[in-house]
Design a protein around this ligand. Structure first.
Ligand code: WT7
Length: 662
């Protein structure tokens, strides 16, 4: 592992030029009948937002219930924003009580389906009662306002209840995706100094139970802040037990009163932390607060997904990622929506599972990742075509650029040619959707996220921060603060400034390349930093490199993303072994497993290639551009700055030592 170099503007242009050859000319205007009854169908909304964006967002905030109103809409001390300053509210109250109080307690909050086929229907009244009992249990376990709680659970209804219980008593949660290793979990617990871990014995995935409690046991060996572990029984598998520390959910939650007064939180109180990979080995605790976040996610959920009373909304994502936080839990519940929650993988017991769910619950809005759509394409359209998908009226995409082929397949095979597609660009940091069509207004083009939504102001700039003319590419920037933006990186204001606000003066830099076409449509081109996007999940090359060099036999490692037809990018690791260590396929497999153990299965490199050397500049920087070319099997770009020209040939001659071709 050496210092990463940055993608050059040349390289970016090159990439953009190739992609732009796609020259997508198909246009899809909103169907007239859809537009006629859409929540937003007047394009004047863009101008209204531009004329006074504070007033525009203030209007949106009025859609929530506040105990006390704000005195200032926005306090902007670049790069630190405060929204709805002085306002007081409670998130769980807004997501639950106000619907129940309005006589909508019998409305379904979630149709839940476990992977093995077990099902539960959870109404708003049920979810409120479960949240209140859980909140009281948390209090009994010593958790209170201002504390942090780590949540490491499968996709069961108790997961949103646990999150809402935290918000009810003013504790912040940090949900850790169940696929992360015990070490990754421990890092996140320690960084956030969580007092309590909420977990389950395990969960189901691909037809088999997997363990969670076991990972928690290993993690809490090294987390001094943790006082208790609250354990839900999901699979019934055996678990180790530490009396005094471990508490069964069924022993403490059901006996609580379903009555817990919500805390009156400040608009800027911390709501949650969500860790995400950056360009260093250490994940960043992205900090979201209360009033602005809930305003942003609920408003975008209504505008972009055109939510109606009779809709059944399914974000087929995991709550462990930001998509789940914003569009399975907080946005939809704040809007009183009926949603679907599904525990498992899309192809268990067979690839028709998703379509069966759409048919069973009459899902009308489906929100999914391109990688899942491509997997369905691979499995074949017959699985969808044998199901009744006529309830669908709108489709969404998120996580990575959607290739036009997948867009068209989604449109035709899943949407029956009648459903608009909203390709939504955003990030963990942005909290909610930023660039997306409004389905009743925007003419879409397959592969483009189209334009910033009303109230969001973006631009595409060159290396010097100068806006690039239409028809050219550059770096995406956001020009004005927005309510659901991150408030910082937990405990690290310097890294916050450095990562997002130092590249271009006064502008937020998300780290994505972007091409804007002649009509001003945004075409997102992927990351321009050392961050990969594998199946819509963000992974840091540096984090994986550091896991590799952690093995005593590895001298140096360089990781790049290689284009992959299914996962978008796949992890390709170049490894230099210490002298006298034999490169064998077995060692390659061991290293792949080692990374999975250190970080989590999602970080397992698809390919490990042993090489005698790495291409470096004369100043010693690894030339990742060349490694990316090699990994992609492309002809090499400019090699003039290479210190030793022979090196590339020697890498090319090296044989792949371990790869996963499943
Ligand atoms: C990165 C953020 C937003 C929830 C899931 C991922 C890429 C996301 C799109 C899209 C092109 C996209 C970007 C972004 N990305 N959505 N519609 N088109 N790229 O959240 O893990 O924070 O990753 O995902 O590169 O920076 P995340």
């Amino acid at each position: 592992m050496t210092k990463p170099d940055e993608i050059t503007p040349d390289e970016l242009e090159h990439q953009i030029a190739i992609e732009s050859l796609l020259d997508e000319r198909r246009h899809f205007p909103p169907p007239a009948a859809f537009a006629a009854r859409a929540n937003v169908n007047d394009p004047a909304i863009y101008q209204r937002a531009a004329d006074d964006y504070e007033a525009f967002w203030e209007d949106a905030a009025r859609g929530l219930d506040w105990y006390e109103p704000w005195h200032t809409v926005l306090d902007w001390q670049l790069p630190f924003a405060k929204w709805f300053v002085g306002g007081k509210l409670n998130v769980s109250y807004n997501c639950l009580d106000r619907h129940v109080n309005a006589g909508r307690g019998d409305r379904v909050a979630y149709y839940w389906e476990g992977e093995p086929g077990d099902r539960r229907v959870i109404t708003y009244a049920d979810l409120l009662a479960e949240t209140e009992r859980t909140a009281n249990a948390l209090k009994e376990l010593g958790v209170g306002r201002g504390d942090r709680v780590a949540i490491y659970m499968p996709m069961v209804p108790e997961l949103p209840a646990a999150m809402l219980a935290c918000t009810r008593i003013g504790a912040a949660h940090t949900v850790v995706f169940g696929g992360f290793s015990s070490e990754s979990l421990a890092d996140r617990i320690n960084d956030s100094e969580a007092k309590l871990v909420i977990t389950a014995d395990g969960g189901y995935r691909r037809g088999k139970p997997f363990a969670l409690k076991q990972n928690v046991d290993a993690a809490v060996e090294s987390t001094p802040s943790v006082e208790h572990v609250l354990v839900l029984r999901r699979t019934g598998q055996d678990v180790a037990w530490k009396d005094g520390r471990d508490v069964w959910w069924h022993d403490i939650v059901p006996r609580q009163e379903a009555n817990c007064e919500p805390e009156r939180m400040d608009s800027e109180d911390m709501l949650y932390l969500l860790y995400t990979s950056g360009t260093t080995a250490k994940p960043k605790g992205i900090l979201h607060t209360t009033g602005g976040y809930l305003t942003g996610v609920s408003a975008t959920h209504r505008w972009v997904f055109d939510l109606k009373d009779d809709d059944v909304f399914w974000a087929a994502a995991d709550i462990g990622w930001v998509t789940g936080h914003s569009y399975i839990v907080y946005g939809p519940l704040a809007n009183g929506a009926t949603g679907v929650l599904y525990e498992g993988v899309p192809d268990f017991p067979d690839p028709s599972r998703w379509w069966e769910i759409v048919e069973r619950y009459k899902v009308s809005i489906l929100y999914a990742a391109p990688t899942a759509i491509r997997a369905h394409m691979k499995w074949g359209r017959q699985h969808a075509q044998t199901r009744d998908l006529s309830s669908l009226r709108l489709l969404g995409s998120v996580g990575e650029p959607i290739n036009p082929e997948a867009w068209m397949w989604y449109h035709e095979v899943i949407g029956g040619g009648r459903c608009p597609i909203v390709d939504t660009w955003w990030q963990t940091e942005t909290g909610g959707i930023m660039i997306s069509p409004l389905p009743g207004v925007t003419t879409t083009k397959p592969g483009s996220a189209t334009m910033p939504i009303p109230g969001i102001f973006a631009d595409v700039v060159n290396d010097d921060g100068v806006s690039t003319p239409l028809g050219e590419g550059g770096y995406l920037v956001i020009e004005k603060p927005w309510p659901h933006m991150l408030r910082g990186i937990y405990g690290n204001p310097e890294r916050y400034k450095e990562t997002y606000w130092s590249r271009f003066e006064g502008k937020y830099f998300p780290g994505d390349g972007c091409h804007r076409d002649e009509e001003g449509y945004y075409w997102l081109m992927g990351r321009v930093d050392d961050v990969m996007n594998v199946s819509g999940h963000r992974l840091s090359t540096t984090e994986i490199e550091s896991a590799l060099v952690d093995d005593h036999r590895v001298a140096e490692a360089a990781v790049v993303g290689a284009p992959d037809p299914l996962t978008g990018e796949a992890i390709f690791a170049f490894v230099i072994l210490k002298s006298r260590v034999e490169p064998t396929p077995e060692l390659g497999q061991e290293l792949r497993t080692h990374v999975a153990t250190k970080i989590g299965a999602i970080a397992r490199p698809k390919t490990v290639m042993f090489t005698p050397d790495l291409p470096k500049t004369r100043s010693g920087k690894i030339m990742r551009r060349l490694l990316r070319d090699i990994a992609a099997g492309r002809p090499l770009g400019d090699t003039t700055t290479l210190a030793d020209a022979g090196v590339v040939e020697s890498i090319r001659d090296a044989t792949t030592s371990a790869r996963d071709d499943e």
